[in-house]
Ligand binder design. Structure first.
Ligand code: HEM
Length: 436
């Protein structure tokens, strides 16, 4: 097992025909992404990201005026003040999820994905009833994005010259795949937006980011353009659903493996709710142990273990030259496992985040896991609120236990993760949840 002291803060590689710099230390991330924020605000260019049309998504767009406007629009709709708009919807959807899991606990993964997709679609487009076909399309584009980002998978990323070969040339099937993925992405960008537009033109009073902003745009009272709203709305499905799903799966895996933590969490929840109601967003500050568990879940397995950026011009740092267009990969996993910041980083210890139990409580890992500077995750308040509601409402209702073996003993929990761009728990069996 590695500890960070075995890593250098900066590692340079020349691979796949490009300069790659891996940043393992949080202080370097702050120096580059906060103190030289504009220089490092750009993402690297991936051939497959471009071929699949993802340069129209805020997360991959160049750091230009259009990106900044669409981002600002999104931030306005997601900030803590706007919580009074989306908070009640989130509480309603989370309680609905718990009822669904009660009805069929063995399908908990499907219920959770559906919950995340439904909530984010209602938040963005304000549709009261979300069509299954929109969720299917959202999941399809998420899968395409994950596949397009898979390192080393595509010849177009390792040898970009193949892009100039004709489509019929042997080995060019990736172009057909990318065309299909781009068509689906365009369909997702257009369909729910048109539906929301038509319904407000018909006088519907639905609320949500698109209807609220579009009414102002149509009335000529908004500082945003319709195309910026389209970008903001269509960019969040994958960004929100894949990451939050991975955090929730990670939570389930870790809480299943740590019964003592689960018991303490249950005690804290019931001491606040007195077992008379489901937890609400307003309970957040009254549950420090739950907050500590959530921090530790983020730290133990950061679901976006690497954040990619690329300087717009050549930089020099600590005497090293960082050429323009270098792929600078910020290794978030190394930062949340840095022994200078977290003692025994390979152990799951929520208590390390409690100021009363630890004289100096550990640094909040969410300062790393949601990114830095100009491209910091705009959805972090919403994600924190959603994870809190999920964790508390679920633990108030269920005990999470490993599946049983044939002879009736609990299986050993296998803590393992996928190697995709968003890193998810791989070993969660659908037999894992047990009704309290
Ligand atoms: C636990 C859940 C989440 C995690 C761990 C997470 C993490 C991240 C990270 C690491 C980045 C890259 C930041 C950087 O480059 O410095 C990012 C970007 C982004 N996230 Fe999140 N995110 C989460 C949930 C959400 C949600 C709920 C939304 C929307 C509602 C969202 C929307 C976005 C968008 C649009 C970007 C691209 C920002 C840009 O490139 O300017 N995320 N997220």
């Amino acid at each position: 097992m590695f500890t960070l002291s075995q890593f250098c803060p900066l590692v340079y590689l020349y691979a796949f025909g490009r300069d790659i710099l891996i940043v393992n230390e949080a202080s370097v991330a702050t120096d580059l992404l906060e103190n030289k924020a504009v220089l490092y605000a750009r993402r690297p260019t991936w051939s497959m990201v471009t071929l699949t049309g993802r340069q129209d998504n805020i997360a991959f767009m160049d750091y230009n005026n259009r990106q900044r406007k669409a981002r600002a629009l999104l931030q306005g709709a997601l900030n803590p003040k706007a919580q009074k708009q989306w908070g009640p919807l989130l509480e309603e959807e989370t309680t609905h999820l718990i009822l669904q899991i009660l009805q069929s606990p063995e399908s908990f993964k499907q219920h959770i994905r559906r919950y995340l997709g439904t909530f984010i679609t209602r938040f963005a487009y304000g549709t009261t009833k979300v069509e299954d076909s929109v969720l299917t399309l959202g999941d399809e584009i998420s899968m395409h994005t994950q596949q397009a980002l898979r390192p080393g998978r595509w010849v177009a990323d390792t040898a970009p010259l193949v892009l100039y070969l004709p489509d019929w040339f042997p080995g060019m099937s990736f172009k057909r795949w990318a065309r299909h993925a781009r068509t689906k992405f365009r369909e997702y960008t257009g369909r729910p937006f048109r539906r929301a537009r038509d319904s407000i033109l018909d006088g519907a009073e639905t609320q949500g980011m698109v209807p609220d902003t579009l009414r102002d745009i149509i009335a000529g009272t908004s500082k945003y353009k319709e195309e910026e709203l389209v970008s903001a709305a269509s960019s969040i499905y994958t960004a929100a659903v894949e990451t939050t799903y991975a955090v929730l799966m990670n939570f389930l895996l870790l809480i299943m493996a740590h019964k003592d933590v689960q018991a303490k969490a249950y005690q804290e929840i019931t001491s606040v709710t007195e077992s008379t109601r489901q937890p609400r967003l307003s309970d957040m500050t009254a549950m420090p142990y739950i907050d500590a568990i959530i921090r530790e879940v983020h730290r133990f397995n950061p679901v976006t273990p690497v954040i990619p950026r690329s300087p717009v011009r050549t930089d020099s740092y600590r005497g090293y030259r960082i050429p323009q267009d270098t792929w600078v990969m910020f290794n978030i996993w190394a930062m949340t496992h840095d022994t200078n910041i977290y003692k025994d980083p390979h152990l799951f210890i929520p208590e390390r985040h409690l100021p009363l139990e630890h004289k100096d409580s550990a640094k909040d890992p969410r300062d790393f896991t949601f990114g830095f500077g100009k491209r910091i995750c705009p959805g972090l308040n919403l994600a924190n609120a959603q994870i809190f509601l999920f964790v508390t409402q679920l633990l108030a209702t269920f005990e999470i236990r490993p599946p049983l073996t044939a002879d009736g003993n609990e299986e050993e929990v296998d803590i393992n993760y996928s190697s995709t761009f968003v890193r998810s728990a791989t070993a969660l069996s659908s037999r894992s949840s047990v009704y309290r």
